[in-house]
Design a protein around this ligand. Sequence first.
Ligand SMILES: Nc1ncnc2c1ncn2[C@@H]1O[C@H](COP(=O)(O)OP(=O)(O)OP(=O)(O)O)[C@@H](O)[C@H]1O
Ligand SMILES: Nc1ncnc2c1ncn2[C@@H]1O[C@H](COP(=O)(O)OP(=O)(O)OP(=O)(O)O)[C@@H](O)[C@H]1O
Ligand SMILES: [Mg+2]
Ligand SMILES: [Mg+2]
Lengths: 165, 165, 162, 162
Amino acid sequence: SQRLFRESFATIQTHFKEMFRKLFGGGESDIILEDHADVLDCAIDIVARPPGKELRSLSLLSGGEKTLTAVALVMAIFKSNPSPFCVLDEVDAALDDANIERYTSLLTEFAETTQFIMITHRKRTMTVADVIYGVTMEQPGVSKRISVRFEDVSEDGEITPTSPD
Amino acid sequence: SQRLFRESFATIQTHFKEMFRKLFGGGESDIILEDHADVLDCAIDIVARPPGKELRSLSLLSGGEKTLTAVALVMAIFKSNPSPFCVLDEVDAALDDANIERYTSLLTEFAETTQFIMITHRKRTMTVADVIYGVTMEQPGVSKRISVRFEDVSEDGEITPTSPD
Amino acid sequence: MLQSLDLFGFKSFVDRTRFDFDPGITGIVGPNGSGKSNVVDAIKWILGDQSPKSMRGKEMTDVIFNGASGRKSSGFAEATLTFNNENQLLPIESSVVQIGRRIWQNGDSEYLINGTTSRLKDIRNLFLGTGSSAYSIIEQGRVGAILQANPSTRRTVFEEAA
Amino acid sequence: MLQSLDLFGFKSFVDRTRFDFDPGITGIVGPNGSGKSNVVDAIKWILGDQSPKSMRGKEMTDVIFNGASGRKSSGFAEATLTFNNENQLLPIESSVVQIGRRIWQNGDSEYLINGTTSRLKDIRNLFLGTGSSAYSIIEQGRVGAILQANPSTRRTVFEEAA
Ligand SMILES: Nc1ncnc2c1ncn2[C@@H]1O[C@H](COP(=O)(O)OP(=O)(O)OP(=O)(O)O)[C@@H](O)[C@H]1O
Ligand SMILES: Nc1ncnc2c1ncn2[C@@H]1O[C@H](COP(=O)(O)OP(=O)(O)OP(=O)(O)O)[C@@H](O)[C@H]1O
Ligand SMILES: [Mg+2]
Ligand SMILES: [Mg+2]
């Protein structure tokens, strides 16, 4: 129904603006229904303006800026219709370390009500995990789970478990 | 002409096998002309088997394994038909630190005859650059180039230039 | 709330392997190709994903462990997700809900809810209204997908949230 | 051999900026959104790329600096690549080859070789047989492209190398 969609859309819109500002430390964003007369079928446009920059098409954003914008939108939808858990597989691949800070702060906020399973190669991201599992292949081709403490992860991201499982 | 293509293909094939072994520290790979009777039009299949693993379809490879396989193929084509320079924009995004070592070793070998322009967020990759430029935006939205020495790049990848430009 | 994930013969997890989940953030780390994304595939698979392509395979039987290090192929793949349902978020009368899925080499497959054989439909009904995996699983390399999505794909995500 | 790249009004490089290149490996680092990939776009653009999409824009004029920090839009964008041609790799009688390109807000564009107005065709002919940018530029997020490419796209890369 039109009304239901409009309400849900308005909620996501509010959350998106908030998430975007948190992840970028400023700037502006919006989601726009292309055709107000036909909300059940029209396209949905995404607008994003990082802080200090002029508004341009989404495509011109950098790799890291696109990641943050996408995360802001996904988390906005998530906040409007929460799922008990969220799985993030190397979502931080394009982020510089300053943005990983903002990204992980947002996750930490959500983590009070949402369970996250977060796969990463970046040591900085690992710092916000409550628990870390290592997945290794001692026998080639055979995966094994090991418990890992943050101290077991070396500066270069390698796991050297200090306690056997 | 068929013969020319076959020769060039054979050269790329040899290089691909060599590059793959270097990047994976073992394993096997191949490129295959699907239809030997129709080499000017048939499809080209890529086969990749990381060390210690069974041969499976390319799609089942991990993100990092796909990156290494793609780099092996691109560098094989490059070696067969060298260009004076090669630009790599965050090619290491999916690699763990052990694989960044292998990847940068390969680049260092090529660098004797090829100029590389390499964009990265990973400190480990920066270690093999002969020269590092920083791109920053002191005025938001306005890019500026600064000279950066490896010592100016902090552990977390941030640039704090010690010498003005 | 997720409690644990059990894998047995699923992709590179030939041996029975359990991941326990606490509240908050669970990190999964390890070298390239070690099996981390295979864990994500297992979660999608248990929740009813029907696309072999989504599992990075050509056929659904590609998720069955098919050999490594002298270990022979498995006869079947099995993955089970256990939920703590004390908040009754899932419409089932028990405080623990176990959702399992199996597939055999001949393609036969099975869904289980608390040990009872069920249909894919039952699995999907469990999760209606709780937020679908359409946006609660961001796959490797796919974070930008929602920005690049064509209009109808993007709409679907919004509609599922409504 | 690449010697230098000059940008002026090209995307976020409103001020004239030069990058000098030595033999070996030049690293470019910096925060997200600072302009690193814009440097890559400039190189592709000078070498004759005709696709606005390849520049991440909708129209080619999107590469002209269009305002920031109180700076007004530029009237045009200009980018120049200078090559040391002592090894005569490029089929031009000079030891230094400068390839430039400009575009104005009204869409007019210009190619220059050593200061002489040239056609796109001339730029492309310079690089025939030296290895095309089809594989010597790996763009951000695109390293896996050759693996996922459809058969004809993948063929094109092999044929260009032949
Ligand atoms: N049916 C199967 N049986 C055994 N091994 C399999 C099967 N399917 C996939 N694999 C293996 O699983 C590996 C990929 O694992 P996965 O994608 O989980 O790695 P990853 O830890 O996410 O790595 P990355 O950090 O590079 O993303 C591949 O090497 C592949 O050969
Ligand atoms: N015509 C233009 N005028 C001014 N700024 C522009 C123009 N076109 C693009 N930009 C800006 O350039 C920025 C993107 O730069 P770029 O893609 O080079 O970043 P990057 O350094 O590669 O970042 P990342 O590490 O995230 O990939 C965007 O913020 C965009 O707004
Ligand atoms: Mg992975
Ligand atoms: Mg970039």
